[in-house]
Design a protein around this ligand. Structure first.
Ligand code: XBP
Ligand code: MG
Length: 236
């Protein structure tokens, strides 16, 4: 029997990438005096690398191979990323990114049905807090028994580590849980953790390969999706 739902955040709960993360990265770059600007299209390519620090690192390698950051490279990237997080949480608190259709209802229905809720995301914990509190209210953090986020695991998605971490914290086997993801990398992560997975696509992910998903939908706004049936179906 289904016991818990585990949610990705970026692209799944809200379309945070284009108007949230991307804009925040660009603001941090400008603030640091860098003339780097990530267009909507270029950012779509850069999303292949999950994690903001990892994304900056990859961008440096491909687009600015001769750029030498002042001081230690890792520390410099971490500092730039910290500024990005400040811009991102500010944008979220200004309500620029709403929850995707059906998300609020799904969370409320799940709570009423006695399902346990968790989050498994590569994004920074402060980003999750800002989104939940702004979009769902101050109490909504308590709706989630486990918020597994960011650097608490060394290997980010597509590695299964963050889902493994959430499952361990819930003390549940994967076959009584259902994961919600929006991306190929996210699906690799959840499936490697043996979780049956519902994919809710968005503009950045709609053409990706979702082989192994239990269900692929355009959004979660359709009532009565058969989650109880899906859980465990492919989860082993
Ligand atoms: C989301 C991400 C994140 C955000 C940025 O992946 O890749 O890196 O773009 O967040 P997923 P940070 O939805 O698969 O978890 O800058 O805080 O890392
Ligand atoms: Mg995602």
């Amino acid at each position: 029997k289904l016991q818990a739902l585990i949610f990705d955040v970026d692209g799944t709960l809200a379309d945070t990438e284009r108007d949230g993360h991307r804009v925040a990265f660009n603001r941090a770059f400008a603030e640091a005096g860098l003339d780097w600007e990530w267009s909507v299209e270029r950012y779509g390519e850069l999303l292949a690398v999950t994690g903001g620090k990892e994304r900056i690192q990859q961008y440096l390698t491909t687009d600015h191979p001769d750029f030498e950051p002042p001081g230690d490279r890792r520390e410099w990237i971490a500092g730039l990323h910290k500024a990005k997080t400040a811009h991102y949480t500010q944008l979220i608190e200004e309500n620029v990114v709403p929850l995707r259709p059906g998300v609020k209802r799904l969370l409320q229905d799940a709570r009423e049905a006695g399902l346990r809720l968790a989050i498994a995301t590569t994004t920074t914990p402060a980003n999750v807090t800002a989104l939940l509190q702004t979009a769902l209210g101050a109490d909504s953090l308590d709706w989630f028994e486990v918020i597994a986020a960011g650097d608490i695991v060394p290997a980010k998605k597509p590695a299964p580590d963050i889902y493994d971490y959430a499952l361990k914290a819930l003390q549940l086997e994967p076959h009584v849980c259902l994961a919600f993801e929006d991306s190929h990398a996210g699906l690799q992560s959840s499936r490697q953790a043996d979780l049956a997975t519902v994919i809710t696509v968005n503009d950045y992910t709609q053409k990706q390969d979702f082989t192994g998903a239990s269900l692929v939908v355009d959004h979660l706004g359709e009532p009565n999706l058969p989650f109880e049936v899906l859980a465990g179906e492919t989860g082993g």
